[in-house]
Design a protein around this ligand. Structure first.
Ligand SMILES: Nc1ncnc2c1ncn2[C@@H]1O[C@H](COP(=O)(O)OP(=O)(O)OP(=O)(O)O)[C@@H](O)[C@H]1O
Length: 308
């Protein structure tokens, strides 16, 4: 068995009195795409920067491709690709030049022209970095992370600030990388991104792992039955609505204005909920019958929204 791509045990990192990472454990096998999903400030960037060797942990052990990033940086750096949050480059350097420079440092680089094409940057190859749009800068930064054919890539919020079309290009490229057996660890606070791409999702909050598994295992529920959820104004009388439903059904307000009906969903239940709301003069919005999504998993675990 090969060593895991990443193995973290009991990781702690403090900034003064602030504990950014608080006893985090994570194991990622080779060839997987793992999404570290959590709200702003959850400790994702700090964790990734420790894996990349840019920050030292206060406690715990971190192994990346079997190496200690703090001690074995010289051996590790040629084997990993890094896309930091916000990217960065000399402002005057042209997009094509920048990628060419990074490629020149690699032993067996990918063809920079091909990468520019795949990421929709060919037309911008002579544009100075500072004149690229935010999304183009992000894509160039991703190209720089990938051009050296790394075994493992760390991508910190790779699609932040991109329009949907650019995001799709990046998702396609990440899918292709994964198919090629490259290990990918990305951070995101976008539930759709984690759901669309990840083999494994690790949900972090307050510097700790609060749930982990494949997207389908995380979103599975008791008996895997579909549930009815809806949004409406906060503070509906859930006891009254529960009483309107057949015996055994219960309605709960997960977080202000977000409701879930506990019990098997059938057409009669949907009809009862909507007509009860109508009687109260309440518009039931985002009525949804189905499995929960990762956003709802986070909500149920923390009582807060992922985007809050
Ligand atoms: N250099 C620093 N000095 C002080 N506090 C910091 C520093 N870097 C991060 N923090 C704090 O540590 C916590 C974790 O930050 P981190 O950037 O790792 O979270 P994150 O999950 O990546 O969030 P984001 O998505 O906003 O980047 C936050 O409360 C943040 O304010």
């Amino acid at each position: 068995m090969s060593t895991p791509a990443v193995e973290i045990t009991g990781l702690v990192k403090r900034y003064g009195s602030k504990t950014a990472v608080d006893g985090l454990d994570l194991k990622m096998d080779r060839g997987r795409l793992l999404a570290l999903l959590g709200p702003n400030g959850a400790g994702k960037t700090t964790t990734v920067e420790i894996c990349e060797g840019f920050l030292r942990p206060d406690a715990g052990t971190v192994r990346v491709l079997g190496l200690d990033p703090a001690r074995d940086g010289a051996a590790l750096k040629p084997r990993i690709g890094v896309m930091p949050q916000g990217g960065g480059a000399y402002p005057g350097v042209r997009a094509g030049e920048m990628l060419g420079l990074v490629a020149a440092c690699a032993a067996d680089p990918l063809d920079p022209a091909w990468l520019l094409d795949v990421l929709g940057l060919t037309a911008a190859r002579r544009t100075p970095f500072k004149r690229l749009s935010g999304g183009q800068q992000q894509r160039l930064s991703l190209a720089c992370a990938l051009v050296g054919r790394p075994e493992l890539v760390f991508l910190d919020e790779p699609t932040a600030g991109m329009d949907p079309q650019a995001r799709r290009l990046v998702w396609d490229l990440l899918g292709a990388l994964r198919a090629d057996g490259v290990s990918v660890l990305l951070t995101t606070h976008l539930m759709e991104e984690a759901e669309a791409l990840a083999d494994d999702v690790v949900i972090v909050d307050g510097g700790r792992v609060i749930a982990e598994g494949t997207p389908s295992a995380l979103t599975a529920e008791d008996g895997d039955a579909a549930q009815l959820r809806f949004k409406a104004r906060a503070g509906l009388d859930t006891a009254l609505l529960s009483a309107a439903l057949p015996e055994g059904y219960q309605v709960e307000e997960l977080v202000a204005g977000s409701y879930r009906v506990l019990g098997r969903v059938d057409p009669q239940v949907v009809s009862t909920v909507t007509s009860w709301c109508a009687q109260q003069g309440v518009l039931a919005e985002e009525l949804h019958v189905g499995r929960r999504d990762l956003e709802e998993v986070f909500l149920e675990l923390t009582g807060r929204e992922l985007r809050s």
